[in-house]
Write a protein that binds this ligand. Structure first.
Ligand code: FAD
Length: 113
């Protein structure tokens, strides 16, 4: 794969991952159990270890040390996720995203379940 192809694949992977990431947060329980809190913290930690782009994973792990995942509620988790994505945006010279009403921006299409 040529350089452009790699860059496109990396960006596609990023967009897809962020989509899942924010949509998960928008459906995370408003009042999570201890078990659910542990599950989210572990998911984020494992994602930072297993994310296929090595440079991204390394940087993400450093960010997580500085800004530990917030798992106490849906609002806390989705605001934290928006803020950490903004940290990545900042590093890549991308615009800062408005985190107000973030949950409404990531519907999962599963409201009736
Ligand atoms: P993306 O950043 O992919 O965002 C997709 C869409 O989400 C945007 O169009 C916007 O509608 C919305 N959005 C933007 N900011 C926010 C926010 N703060 N909260 C909620 N929604 C938002 N790429 C690298 O080149 N180097 C890296 O080190 C790197 N690290 C990454 C680490 C992680 C954990 C992930 C998931 C991705 C990483 N990427 C990295 C990929 C990079 O973040 C982008 O996904 C990619 O460059 C495509 O950018 P984009 O402009 O399409 O928007």
């Amino acid at each position: 794969m040529n350089h452009m192809g790699n860059a496109t694949a990396k960006a596609e992977l990023g967009r897809s991952t962020w989509k899942l990431f924010h949509t998960m947060m928008s459906r995370y329980p408003e009042q999570p159990s201890d078990d659910e809190r542990v599950a989210l913290a572990q998911f984020i930690h494992l994602l930072s270890r297993l994310y296929p782009c090595g440079e991204c994973a390394e940087h993400f792990q450093t960010l997580l040390q500085k800004f530990p995942p917030q798992t106490s509620s849906r609002i806390a988790a989705s605001q934290w996720a928006c803020a950490i994505h903004n940290k990545v945006n900042e590093r890549l010279g991308k615009p800062i995203f408005d985190c107000s009403d973030i949950e409404a921006k990531y519907p999962c299409g599963c409201e009736l379940e």
